[in-house]
Design a protein around this ligand. Structure first.
Ligand SMILES: Nc1ncnc2c1ncn2[C@@H]1O[C@H](COP(=O)(O)OP(=O)(O)OP(=O)(O)O)[C@@H](O)[C@H]1O
Length: 486
């Protein structure tokens, strides 16, 4: 389209220039005129008089080179190549030696992989089983990896259904059983059927097994029943091929609540995954630095990310998240390289978000106490001021009245807000009102009171109060005045 338009325009210009010399002059004039108009248009496009950026400029800016060349490498769920694994030689060797019998036509032992979050449990079992799939394939054997995460699963029945779904999806088969309305036994039967049709040997990987508790608190936990069934399925010939179970957990104490029968049929080999230290985290990150452009990482970034992550229990996932977060921040800002400042800011965001998440889990009464206290700081005429507990309590009373909610005593209100200092949201100090005036607590917000209030309002009935901003502001200031004058 554009090509044919412009060639048409050129043609008419050339024709008229051939007619006469004056025509030629006219052509130049036209060309000059066009150039002038285009220049003007260009000026209009690049900036307006107010100095505001045009849409075009915004796009051009977005087209700036990202600091990443392969962002996937710093995504937590990306399966990485073996050469990128650092500091887990011992665990790799153990898992390989335990699973070796699979390749020799024998049944491997069950395993318990345990250690804190982000220490490579899923990574190592995933890398080893991946290799086994390849080795078995080359021998014409069908090895199946049936991997589920138990964290979102509530009951044994759901867990078995999840296993059926996983095998069906791995083998492109029909699930063949409804999610509800049939017994768990029937789901087990379908699971075994699918396995017998598709595999010569399988490994079940049950991540976060300890969280599969089930519904009835006093009954045998769901994980105990599942471990029992799966680990004996081969002995009972329900599964014809070889079966092993690998359970992954942050907390091996769950084994104390396992039923005696389950314990003897599961009977796992343990593989322990300790925290990473800062040096190991540094190596892990160095092995992924090609996620970034060659010149886009300042020298101090990796050591700083590793140091922060080592402080938070040596979790490699946190290190990788912070690494990626710092890169994203550099991109958002349009900076050419990731620097120490980006790392620090990302870490601050992570910390802030963590304490705000804790707010969500508080009881309604604690939320009201925190909200009322934050409102004093937010609406006080003196910005950033501390909150005397008598004023905070008056606002708490006003809020509970407005909401028609239960009202606790002042002692309970103070106790609740003091408790919140453990989340790093507020700090508390004792104050005296001078001779004969008694003592009171003073609360100072270390976190942002506005963010705290917004987060509380998101999920409680305090929403009704948040629409009465002006009223709340005047109540806060009236109470502060009364306190100061008393
Ligand atoms: N030794 C390592 N070398 C390279 N990357 C690692 C290493 N250990 C962990 N990681 C990376 O850290 C992230 C978390 O690891 P993984 O999921 O294996 O931890 P986990 O111990 O299973 O954690 P959780 O208990 O929370 O499930 C993954 O992105 C993984 O690739």
């Amino acid at each position: 389209m554009v090509g044919s338009d412009s060639s048409g325009a050129n043609q008419s210009t050339v024709e008229s220039s051939e007619d006469s010399p004056s025509g030629m002059q006219r052509t130049d004039e036209i060309a000059e005129g066009e150039a002038e108009t285009q220049e003007k248009r260009g000026e209009e496009e690049s900036s307006d008089e107010s100095g505001q950026r045009t849409i075009r400029e915004m796009f051009d800016e977005d087209g700036r080179e990202s600091v990443f060349v392969n962002r996937d490498l710093v995504e937590p769920d990306t399966i990485i190549d073996e050469e990128r694994i650092v500091g887990r030689d011992e665990q790799l060797e153990s898992v390989v030696s335990y699973l070796k019998p699979t390749l020799q036509g024998n049944r491997p032992p069950n395993m318990l992989l345990y250690g804190p979050a982000g220490t490579g449990k899923s990574l190592i079992i995933g890398a080893v089983t991946h290799q086994i799939i390849d080795l078995c394939k080359s021998k014409g054997e069908r090895f199946g990896v049936i991997d589920i995460n138990c964290q979102p699963i509530n009951t044994l029945d759901q867990a078995v259904y999840e296993l059926v779904q996983t095998v069906a999806s791995n083998t492109n088969s029909e699930v063949g059983v409804p999610e509800t309305g049939v017994s768990t036994k029937r789901k087990y039967r379908r699971l075994y059927e699918l396995i017998n049709e598709n595999y010569d040997s399988v490994i079940f990987i049950l991540d976060e097994i300890d969280l599969l508790v089930g519904r009835r608190a006093n009954d045998e936990p769901a994980y105990s029943k599942l471990l029992y069934q799966l680990s004996r399925a081969s002995n009972t010939n329900e599964i014809e091929g070889r079966v092993s179970v690998a359970a992954l957990t942050n907390d091996p104490k769950f084994m104390e609540d396992i039923d005696g029968r389950a314990e003897s049929s599961f009977n796992p080999r343990d593989v322990y995954f300790p925290d990473y230290d800062a040096n190991q985290l540094r190596e892990i990150l160095k092995n992924r630095k090609d996620a970034f452009r060659k010149d886009a990482l300042k020298g101090d970034v990796i050591p700083l990310v590793s140091a922060f992550a080592a402080q938070s229990h040596g979790d490699a996932r946190k290190a990788i998240d912070l690494f990626r977060g710092a890169g994203d921040l550099a991109d958002e800002r349009g900076d050419d390289a990731v620097s120490e400042d980006h790392v620090r800011e990302s870490q601050e965001e992570i910390d802030k978000d963590r304490s705000l998440k804790l707010v969500e889990g508080l009881t309604t009464q604690k939320k009201i106490s925190l909200y009322s206290t934050a409102a004093v700081t937010r609406y006080s005429k003196q910005t950033g001021s501390s909150v005397p507990s008598p004023v905070g309590f008056k606002i708490y009373q006003w809020v509970t009245d407005e909401l028609d909610a239960d009202q606790m005593t002042r002692e309970t209100y103070v106790k609740y807000v003091k408790e919140l200092s453990t989340y790093g949201l507020v700090s508390t100090s004792r104050k005296s009102r001078g001779r004969g005036g008694g003592m009171y607590m003073e609360f100072t917000f270390t976190g942002d009171p506005v963010a705290i209030m917004d987060r509380i309002v998101e999920d409680t009935r305090l929403e009704a109060i948040s629409s009465q901003t002006d009223l709340l502001r005047s109540v806060v200031n009236a109470q502060l005045r009364e306190f100061q004058n008393s």
